[in-house]
Design a protein around this ligand. Structure first.
Ligand SMILES: C[S@@+](CC[C@H](N)C(=O)[O-])C[C@H]1O[C@@H](n2cnc3c(N)ncnc32)[C@H](O)[C@@H]1O
Length: 238
């Protein structure tokens, strides 16, 4: 198990190369993205170039309809009791900015394990507690957080391709001992767990931005798993 800590911009800037490198290096062919919605992570050109079978599963027909043509789109809830309409032999099941929207993290990881072939891999990129912006988002009413986000980011509204969805942050933590224990108990091997520190949510609030930057600097030197902002989690099914 590899546990490391990095700066949050690395998570955003290198997500695509991390994902595609994983697919190429491990020769993963049959792939399912959960919550790919309006923005599937892999472009059609990449899918064709590497001859992949790539399914995008999403709970929202509206979000799926916003995704470009050419993808295999499946409407479904990853926490559903019945996933019979999906294949159960994927090489890779992954998600980006989805895990926090799932009310039951345990069911989410259990169901993904059922979709994987033995030795199959799952990779998740998600925001984590107890980073201040996400802890705040979890506590405050959804209607208020929607207003706040539209103030912070003009591009986040449900009309476009980067909407705001209710967030629960169930099992959304950095590499804490508890999180690792739960995943191992489920029958996963934890290949890589990267915790990222820092964010730019306070960039327009001078004093808070300064404190946030100093805290990030400290945490990169002295990591605390419970204070990460994002994580990459790579699991393999035993
Ligand atoms: C914040 S968006 C992320 C979309 C895309 N992955 C991205 O990074 O732009 C979350 C997506 O997850 C979908 N979603 C939420 N809960 C889900 C569930 N239980 N099962 C499947 N998809 C779900 C939403 O419909 C939405 O498309």
């Amino acid at each position: 198990m590899e546990i490391t800590y990095k700066y949050y911009l690395d998570a955003w800037n290198h997500h695509y190369s991390y994902l595609t490198d994983l697919i190429i290096r491990k020769k993963l062919k049959k792939i399912c993205e959960i919550g790919g919605g309006a923005n599937p992570s892999l472009p059609i050109e990449f899918i064709k170039q590497y001859n992949l079978e790539y399914t995008v599963l999403d709970i929202s027909a509206e979000e799926l309809s916003k995704a470009p043509l050419g993808y295999i789109k499946v409407l479904g809830d990853i926490t559903s009791k019945n996933l019979d309409h999906l294949d159960h032999d994927y090489d890779l099941v992954f998600s980006k900015m989805l895990a926090e929207h799932v009310a039951e993290g345990v069911t989410f990881h259990r169901n993904i394990k059922k979709l994987l072939k033995p030795g199959g891999i799952s990779f998740h990129f998600f925001p984590t507690l107890y980073a201040i912006p996400f802890t705040f988002n979890k506590i405050i009413p959804e209607s208020f957080s929607l207003k706040l986000l539209s103030y912070i980011s003009k591009t986040r509204n449900n009309m476009g391709n980067h909407g705001k969805f209710p967030a629960y942050y169930s099992m959304c933590y950095g590499p804490t001992k508890k999180q690792i224990r739960i995943l191992q108990k489920m029958g996963y091997n934890i290949d890589t767990y990267i915790g990222f520190f820092g964010h730019d949510y306070f960039k327009n609030i001078g004093f808070l931005h300064w404190i946030s930057k100093q805290t990030t600097r400290f945490l990169l030197k002295y990591p605390i798993a419970r204070l990460t902002t994002y994580s990459y989690l790579v699991l393999s099914k035993i």
